[in-house]
Design a protein around this ligand. Sequence first.
Ligand code: PMP
Length: 400
Amino acid sequence: MSSNQELTGRWQGALMDNYGTPRIPLTHGAGARLHDADGNAYLDFVGGIAVNSLGTGHPAVVRAVSEQIARLGHVSNLFIAEPPIELAERLLALAGRPGRVYFSNSGAEAVEAAFKLGRLTGRPHMVATDGGFHGRTMGALALTGQPAKQRGFQPVPGEVTHVPYGDAEALRAAVTRDTALVIIEPVQGENGVVVPPAGYLAAAREITRATGTLLVLDEVQTGIGRTGQWFEGLAQGVEADVVTLAKGLGGGLPIGATLAFGPAAELFAPGHHGSTFGGNPVSCAAALAVLDTIESEGLLTQVRRMGERLREGIWQLGHPLVDRVRGAGLLLGIVLTEPLAAQVQQAAQAAGILVNAVASDVVRLAPPLIIDEAEVSEFIAALPGVLDVADTQAKAAVSH
Ligand code: PMP
């Protein structure tokens, strides 16, 4: 077995370094527990960045994937198999409306399909939000409202206006009859778990309806139980024209889904778009196992309960480094009073807890949806020590 150091050396030699931060070579896990190559154990509050919805090695996912790969692993887009048909039907049933689903392999691809639907309206203009994150492929990148991510890749396609997130009046001023689509995350995940004011999504619905513009809700991060709801938009009473999903849907297997409703469901005609791997039976079987398990284990309610406990527990620590805890369900951001998120991530790691510094002053928590009270309590008990270490180290660094 290779050690952490050996694997890190090989990784740095062989893999393109797209992220730059030192990464822990993980070897295996179970539930919300992960292990690295040196045998260290971690409590997983990252969840593969909101992907491992049922944790690691959930028996339902293992069984579904094993059975499906043994029976029929891949059929291409020349044929069809039952798992994608069933998954599409299930997702539409959860959405409560007729529509159509396009399957791909990632969040960016799910958004890319939405971008192409927008183009097919014949309208040139699109509206997205400052700080929004929709992926790194060129269409998705054009919608992403983080200039640093676009740097080096200009020109990005499209005629995209970015407006301040959460500001319904700015949205109203930007949207015209030339606007093909408006894309919004119900909670901005990558921008630091930013929650918009109540009524923002409903206002976006009203504004887009008035101009015949498609409302695209990017639920890649928020969807399928992460916020304690199947769809965060729908839970707020907002029926979008297009909903994008990925991350937690496949329980660790790559899958993206673009759900389209009403006239938007009729925009793609044969030949418009496609993907060799999209809708492959194995990823779809995993996703069906995720949906079944969320239902059979009552995880939506549990996520809301655990999310509330976590939020309350962290807040009640009264630690001077904690300014606020925000988010929904088990997508939470601990907003710090100082820009020490990277230090908190490091200190947590040393204490055997994985969290993610998503902004300079925001630590993101996205644990598996299956976490229980004992794991939540373990996290809360460890947090003051972690924050103290981060604070002490930051002060020591300044005084040197
Ligand atoms: N949309 C949102 C809201 C996301 O959070 C992400 C990923 N962080 C994406 C799209 C892109 O997904 P992927 O990394 O799978 O391409």
